[in-house]
Design a protein around this ligand. Structure first.
Ligand code: CTP
Length: 401
């Protein structure tokens, strides 16, 4: 599996003869495992057909702000910008470069560029004199100042018959260039991150258990966000139907609190950052029946004993170089309870969910979190999707380590 697996890539294609090479670039990205959506400027259809690109990408090609003649389905440039892990404009014509600089948004590609929060790469393609012109050179400088990535053109014979600098970099070079920037210079590159996720199940007998409603979505989203930021992830998961695929994530499946504790203890020493989002059972049956408990007319009482608090155990073992993040799910006195847990468990930060907030907690695709840092300061966030909440958590941790 390559680093590209599961990466969401927006490929922007503008009206240059080099657009024929974009089909090859698209093919390379797909082969490497990326999910690619293509946005074309209307004029670029003259150079490479949407049919070719949609067949290769297995996604409809996006050209206009609406999808059909009745203009009923909107191609949402904001959603596209948020979906992407990176955007590559290849080929980028002199005209598109100039519009990217001035912030014009008169086509879907430009509007998406302005909305994109991900790294944006541009690979210019034009004749040598256009490329050498001071206005083009100034535009490239400006785009670099805005934080975009410039993929330099090659030298050689050009479509005009002239020879010089201006032809779009070769597709393989573009893939390599982007991978180098995306995967080697990430904020968490080289960091080991341990994450717990999901519920634990505590056996009563061979067919019954005590569990909870945790879906694991939050922890899995955090794992993926941290991996996208370059960290090597050990994801210790309780029973869940969640799936995640990323070359930097290795998953360990556990069932009970005791198994989760054992897995955490065996990986904690190597871990630079630990994020404990699992909903671990606080109690387990003192005795596990070896045979199925039979029904009777009497009430049944199960003697429960406390489990070990994994987070507190790790907090006691933590070195000054390690960063430990806990979660707190509260239904009352939320902030003071979170402050108590931060101190009691020796944490560097705690993510607080309140059950009083609509759309937060278990069984939702959304979450409303507050982060309490070591200096006793709360950072409050709006209700967001769990994926966005995970981005906020990882972005916050990056500022702390
Ligand atoms: N946690 C843990 N081991 C346990 C119980 C909880 O590691 N046996 C961790 C959770 O993963 C979470 C944090 O402790 O990061 C807080 O969990 P929470 O259920 O909110 O709090 P508790 O400490 O269990 O206290 P209470 O249930 O009374 O609020």
């Amino acid at each position: 599996m390559s680093y590209w697996s599961g990466q969401n890539v927006l490929l922007g294609i503008t009206a240059s003869i080099a657009a024929y090479k974009s089909a090859h670039l698209l093919r390379e990205l797909i082969k490497a495992g990326a999910n690619v959506k293509v946005i074309q400027t209307p004029a670029s259809k003259e150079f490479v057909t949407p049919l070719t690109l949609s067949t290769l990408s297995k996604n409809p090609v996006l050209i206009d702000f609406t999808q059909d003649e009745n203009e009923e389905v909107w191609n949402n440039h904001v959603d596209l910008g948020l979906w992407a892990d990176c955007m590559i404009v290849a080929p980028a014509t002199a005209k598109t470069l100039s519009k990217m600089v001035s912030g014009e948004s008169d086509n879907l590609l430009l509007a998406t560029y302005l909305s994109a929060r991900c790294p944006v790469f541009f690979a210019p393609a034009m004749d040598l004199d256009m490329y050498a012109h001071p206005s083009t050179q100034e535009n490239i400088q400006k785009l670099l100042e805005f934080g975009n990535f410039f993929i330099p053109p090659g030298e050689g014979e050009l479509a005009s018959g002239l020879s010089g600098k201006g032809r779009m970099a070769e597709p393989e070079e573009i893939v390599e260039f982007v991978a180098e920037q995306l995967f080697n210079n990430l904020p968490l590159s080289g960091k080991q991150v341990m994450i717990t996720a999901g519920p634990t199940f505590e056996s009563i007998d061979p067919v019954r258990f005590i569990g909870n409603y945790s879906s694991g979505k939050m922890g899995f989203s955090i794992a993926l966000e941290a991996a996208k930021k370059g960290a090597q992830i050990k994801l210790i998961s309780g029973p869940t139907s969640q799936e995640v695929t990323h070359p930097l994530i290795s998953r360990v499946n556990v069932t009970s609190a005791q198994e989760m504790l054992d897995a955490c203890l065996s990986h904690f020493k190597q871990s630079d950052i630990t994020i404990m989002s699992a909903a671990v059972a606080d109690y387990r049956p003192k005795q596990v029946a070896s045979k199925k408990v039979k029904k009777s007319d009497d009430n049944l009482y199960i003697d429960l004993e406390p489990t070990i608090d994994i987070l507190k155990t790790l907090g006691n073992q933590k070195s000054s170089k390690q960063f430990l993040c806990g979660f707190a799910l509260e239904s009352e006195n939320e902030e003071s309870n979170a402050q108590g847990k931060l101190i009691k468990k020796n944490l560097d930060m705690i993510v607080l969910n309140s059950l009083q907030d609509k759309g937060a907690g278990f069984n939702h695709d959304t979450n409303k979190i507050s982060i309490l840092d070591k200096n006793n300061k709360f950072h409050r966030f709006e209700l967001k999707s769990k994926v966005e909440a995970a981005q906020d958590i990882i972005d916050f941790i990056i500022t702390q380590v």
